[in-house]
Design a protein around this ligand. Sequence first.
Ligand code: RB5
Length: 144
Amino acid sequence: MKIGLCADHAGFEYKERLKKYLKSKGHETVDYGTGSAESVDYSDFAHLLAEGVETAAVDCGIAFCGTGNGMAMTLNKHARIRAGLAWNPEIGRLVKAHNNANVLVMPARFISYRMVCRIVGEWLGASFEGGRHLRRIEKMVCTL
Ligand code: RB5
């Protein structure tokens, strides 16, 4: 798969390590930044990754910030993005199986790198179940 990656300073190290790991597993990666551990604004990089996913420049995305929330909130402002936060392997599986997340977000300051790899493995290996979950996703659009 072609996987877009992004992180702020809090997630920079995990992004770099994961980039190498994904390449070793045969995936192609596109790095949307940040490029160092210097303090930055997560939103700048979330928008770049979202654009990459929305234009199909990449198949899906993985994002890190300290809690994961800033990245997820920003990514989910984009109409065609479903960014899901996961902090253990089962949630990694469910965020694809039930929510069909096209971006996986992880809280770099609260999980180990080993956990990151396990979550990513579950997410990439899972399939969207459709059915009632498709109906629920279709109702995510705010009509109020
Ligand atoms: C950066 O200090 C931190 O605020 C950021 O990584 C993230 O946790 C925000 O949601």
